[in-house]
Write a protein that binds this ligand. Structure first.
Ligand SMILES: NC(=O)c1ccc[n+]([C@@H]2O[C@H](COP(=O)([O-])OP(=O)(O)OC[C@H]3O[C@@H](n4cnc5c(N)ncnc54)[C@H](O)[C@@H]3O)[C@@H](O)[C@H]2O)c1
Length: 276
């Protein structure tokens, strides 16, 4: 197969939750730039307007809808609307997520990693725990369920979950609920992949390392945070949404047709250890 066939997503119907910012926007761009029709679902109405307009002005087939992934009935309605608008559903990115911080240590890197009482287990409120689980785990469940409802009868499709390296490696600067939700989402992905394999539907996960996005109030975009993180990451730089595009296209396209149930890290070597 030639590259243009292997990675062909032209005309595909694609849904991206949390697609108005950061990694989700990177996925949406990667698919739209290659001729797919993309629906962005996101809770942030101004970003949905801004990004769908911007991408539309570039000539891409992108529509948007304001949906909170905590509203499972709204997800179902939005999936039906996307299918009606695009005439097909080929790819779902279950990506929306939050990181409300803090963890039980106060800084991401450095020799000095002081304990942070605000992130300690005893300080962890039910409200915070439930909010993270609701968005980062229950939202993924409802998104995969909506995808399965439409993809199973057609016996084809791709679903891609954004987890995190925190799904398998504890990072004390992140809250416990975040790590728990991501580990749960990774195993949910495997379970759904097994269930849907016979229907030729693949389900995989992307586990990002440290990316400069708006998550956590945009701390990852601060130059001093990036500089400190760059010392800890073997490739000596943080990730950017553009770094996601190749993997997103690969997992969405015929190139990955026999891969399912896998979680692929994309982290500049962060989880390998410290090199220099
Ligand atoms: N940035 C990183 O370093 C990093 C690392 C590992 C995993 N991730 C994961 O990547 C995913 C995307 O995060 P990002 O870094 O691009 O952050 P981001 O804040 O730039 O983008 C997240 C998007 O999700 C949307 N969103 C949040 N809550 C929502 C809800 N309830 N319903 C619908 N949309 C909602 C936001 O409005 C935003 O547009 C998340 O699941 C996050 O946990 C990010």
């Amino acid at each position: 197969m030639k590259p243009q066939e292997l990675f062909k997503v032209e005309g595909y119907g694609v849904i991206v939750t949390g697609g108005a910012s950061g990694l989700g926007l990177g996925y949406a761009e990667a698919l739209a730039e290659n001729g797919a029709q993309v629906t962005i679902l996101d809770v942030d109405s101004s970003r949905v307007d801004q990004e769908t307009q911007r991408l539309g002005n570039l000539g891409y087939a992108v529509r948007g809808e304001v949906v909170d992934v905590r509203d499972h009935a709204a997800i179902d309605r939005a999936f039906d609307a996307a299918l009606a608008a695009h005439g097909r559903l080929d790819v779902v990115f279950a990506n929306a997520g939050i990181d409300p911080g803090p963890g039980f240590v106060g800084s991401w890197v450095g020799a000095e990693r002081p304990r942070n009482p605000a992130g300690a287990l005893e300080s962890y409120t039910d409200e915070r725990w439930n909010r993270v689980i609701d968005i980062n785990l229950n939202g993924i469940f409802a998104t995969l369920r909506a995808g399965a409802r439409l993809m199973r009868p057609q016996r084809s499709g791709r679903m891609i979950v954004t987890t995190s390296v925190a799904a398998y490696q504890c990072e004390p600067a992140i809250g416990a609920a975040y790590m728990t939700a991501k580990a749960g989402a990774a195993h949910l992905m495997r379970s759904v992949a097994l269930e849907l394999a016979a229907y030729q539907i693949t389900v995989n996960a992307i586990a990002p390392g440290f990316f400069a996005t708006n998550i956590g109030g945009g701390h990852a975009k601060q130059p001093q945070v990036q500089e400190a993180m760059s010392k800890a990451i073997p490739m000596h730089r943080v990730g950017f949404p553009d770094d996601m595009k190749g993997l997103a296209l690969f997992l969405a396209s015929p190139a990955s047709s026999y891969i399912t149930g896998q979680q692929i890290s994309i982290d500049g070597g962060w989880t390998l250890g410290v090199a220099d």
